[in-house]
Design a protein around this ligand. Sequence first.
Ligand code: FAD
Length: 405
Amino acid sequence: MTTANTADIVIAGAGIGGLATALALHAKGIDAVVLETAPELAPLGVGINIQPAAIGVLTELGLGEALAATGIRTREHRYLDHKGVTLWAEPRGVAAGHEHPQYSIHRGELQMLLLAAVRDRLGHDAVRTGLRVDTFEQTASGVRVFAHGETGGAAVFEASALVGADGLHSAVRSRLHPGRDSLSPGGVDMWRGVAEVDEFLDGRTMILANDDQATRLIAYPISRRHAERGKALVNWVCLVAAPSKDLSDGAGWNRPGRIEEVLPHLAEWDFDWIDLHAMLASSPRILRYPMVDRDPLPRWGEGRVTLLGDAAHLMYPIGANGASQAILDATALAAELARGDDVAAALERYEAVRRPATTAIVLANRNMDGAERAIAGRAVQDKADELATITHRYRMTVERRQPLA
Ligand SMILES: Cc1cc2nc3c(=O)[nH]c(=O)nc-3n(C[C@H](O)[C@H](O)[C@H](O)COP(=O)(O)OP(=O)(O)OC[C@H]3O[C@@H](n4cnc5c(N)ncnc54)[C@H](O)[C@@H]3O)c2cc1C
């Protein structure tokens, strides 16, 4: 059976971008319905970072206190070698002069926090789970969105716009850009996990370590609740060069990995203030993901349909910007639609603002990854100098700030 529905805006995907879009639209007086494939939303994923500009958006949306109660206000990124020697450190968030903090947070907890706000403000049925958006057709006065349920039912929505916030394997993107689905391999395998340990350093520092083989380990605490009892719930990611670049197996955020695959790459690693091997081995679940992105698109949308978040601009997690950029997309889209003129024109203006900005970040992430790997074999002082240059160049591109004196 097919059910017929109407909605102002249909959003495909209740991830970070889709839910933030529903909230941003609601704040401008525009209703939306979010269609989500998953039968139930569960707090999936491990840690992510939300950069200050995106925290500004979420704070405007009234989520500042909930974020503060959940995540960690990151104070510093500290670059180390594989023996724990500090090479370079940069302040982050408020410590770097931003008005808002950078938060390190569990992706699933952030998603649940956004979901609760959407259901509270827009009503429980504003997020319809178990409905996969398949395709759409544009009509004279709107867009018709076709979805199907896990249990066989189908649903059609008549809306004034469709936003494809359906992530890594976006159906909306495939329909808009047939033949442009291929993932671009970064030649790096990433294992990820979350482990509980005693609090380390100041409890608000992200460590980014790199050895002579360009094996990297990034680790940072993500839970305020753990910090309150002197513990750290640490998100870690181990990045290892994987020259085959074989993506025949595709990519998925929830694919399992094994500790035996990770530890041999870190055999020579030794920090005297934390037992890294024990920390990684204590992770209840390990995930494996190839570092991939997609070449930036020459355009995102068409008429009353557009893209947002990973569906529009999948990027390497290097630089910790994926979720932040999805949130910035959301507020830009809501601002343009709220002007109340032609919907297609509003979507074009949204794209004109956000596509160049996010294209620059996709490319900056590629550059930063290459630059970090290239310095692996250098002497300690060289590495330290290079890291200062690499991180400074990245911030200039991504944060669009004036060069520091
Ligand atoms: C399960 C999961 C775990 C993740 N874990 C991490 C992590 O540990 N670290 C990290 O850096 N990033 C992770 N990510 C990606 C990260 O959330 C995004 O890079 C970033 O937040 C941008 O968000 P987004 O809304 O564009 O995409 P996502 O947050 O990926 O959300 C996309 C949503 O769309 C839904 N969807 C997909 N296809 C359809 C369809 N056809 N119709 C309707 N709904 C659809 C998905 O189920 C998902 O809920 C994860 C994503 C997912 C889905």
